[in-house]
Design a protein around this ligand. Sequence first.
Ligand SMILES: Nc1ncnc2c1ncn2[C@@H]1O[C@H](COP(=O)(O)OP(=O)(O)O)[C@@H](O)[C@H]1O
Ligand SMILES: [Mg+2]
Length: 267
Amino acid sequence: MRATDEVAAAPGIHVQGIKKSFGTQVVLDGVDLEVPRGHITVVIGRSGTGKSVLLKHVMGLLRPDAGTIRVGDDDLATLGPRALRQVRFRFGMVFQHAALFDSMDVYENVAFPLREHGFKTAAGQRKMREPEIKARVEEMLGAVGLTGVGAKGVSELSGGMRKRVGLARALVRDPEFLLYDEPTTGLDPIMTAQIDNLIRGTQDRNPGITSLVISHDMAATFRIADHVAMLYEGRVRLYGTPEEFRHTDDPVVRQFVEGRLDGPITV
Ligand SMILES: Nc1ncnc2c1ncn2[C@@H]1O[C@H](COP(=O)(O)OP(=O)(O)O)[C@@H](O)[C@H]1O
Ligand SMILES: [Mg+2]
């Protein structure tokens, strides 16, 4: 594990001025976002405001019409497909619907990235042998509170267990960057709180990680965020600490903070 000052000095994710339209629909209209290393940054916004589109730019799955995205020391625009794939290896991704393979048991789901891509080392990727894979998968299942469920089928799991398996799979290759796209959507409040604790706990146990969480749940955001950015009409309306969000005078942001997310924003 790195020393804390070294973590703070290393670059996280830096988004500057990105614009993206699909046809005539402008989705991102000059988004600036700082995602500092060693912290959790939560991007909030109503459904359809471009949160997932933003995340896809960070992963290099979409190219912006304008602007720059830096991941660590890499400017994504300058990278070819091969280098971009290397950057993507540094990410762990937790999807909204967990996206597990139904045909595999829990163990194989978590082992999948190791079998597919090997384990990263300072020298690059390397293949892992079966006993090493087993030890790593068991360690990850333990970390998400699922010791002993490796042999279960995906269909036997509750929604919350699926999310935890998804998190174990995202963590298994020891990523530098963790991206979560609405990790608790569709879960009950107790499960939501457990997943939030897991996200926060994962960050706190791995201070070198940089976490970017997409959410439209303000209560969850307050539980886990170090920094918050609210996406609104194609731009970041407010970036700040949870405290700053609690105390803002901005009426658009206030509606979010007060939990009136689904009606029209009226100002
Ligand atoms: N590949 C695409 N092609 C065309 N339109 C897209 C594409 N991806 C997203 N959009 C549109 O961009 C807008 C923002 O989508 P999204 O980022 O998924 O919103 P959310 O904030 O809910 O994650 C939506 O209107 C969506 O229909
Ligand atoms: Mg989305």
